[in-house]
Design a protein around this ligand. Sequence first.
Ligand SMILES: Cc1cc2nc3c(=O)[nH]c(=O)nc-3n(C[C@H](O)[C@H](O)[C@H](O)COP(=O)(O)O)c2cc1C
Length: 197
Amino acid sequence: MKILGLIGSPRMGGNTEKLVNAILDGAAEKDVEVKVYHLAGMDLKPCKGCMSCRLEGKCIIEDDMQELYGEILSADAIVIGSPIYMWEITTLTKTVIDRLIALTRWQPCARPGFPSLLNVKTRLVLAYTYGNPDPNNFNQYFKYMEGLFSFLGFDVQKSIWVSGTIGPDDILHQSEIFEDARVIGKKLYLLSNSEHT
Ligand SMILES: Cc1cc2nc3c(=O)[nH]c(=O)nc-3n(C[C@H](O)[C@H](O)[C@H](O)COP(=O)(O)O)c2cc1C
């Protein structure tokens, strides 16, 4: 089975990367292929709204998203991590989410929903870090993001976040979060693995 990690922080080695890696560590059993992508190092262009994905069945933008489409479609579980920038996910993360429109079968005005090309069992964990010390500051936003990903066809398992992280290693002062993250990863493995056996 395959678990994919997408890290949407422009800062390499920062809090978000550490949080995503802890979740992936929890899922890293012998029979698991773990693949991690730092979105910051990739050629990812914004969706241009050309709707070619509707006409041609795939996104026509030739960049690294083509590789990510394959990874997303073949993953059993995905962990998406983003810092909060100006009350929301980073532009890098949003760019990938916008481009997921190519994995939907939505036809403008034809149907109310966006039936997805995703495997309905693709499990998803959302991971965030942010500087504000209040651990409840973005609760509503995190719920909203879970709604979006459910709508896109993911089986949203869990959101996890760490508040009060400014310096790149600040998360290390909240060591209890790493155990929580590993437990989430282990659960992802167990759920996904039960379908492979
Ligand atoms: C441009 C920018 C905008 C930010 N906006 C917010 C914000 O709106 N709310 C917040 O609590 N923290 C904000 N932060 C702090 C980051 O979310 C926080 O430091 C996070 O842990 C960074 O993740 P990283 O270590 O993976 O880069 C911002 C940081 C930057 C650089």
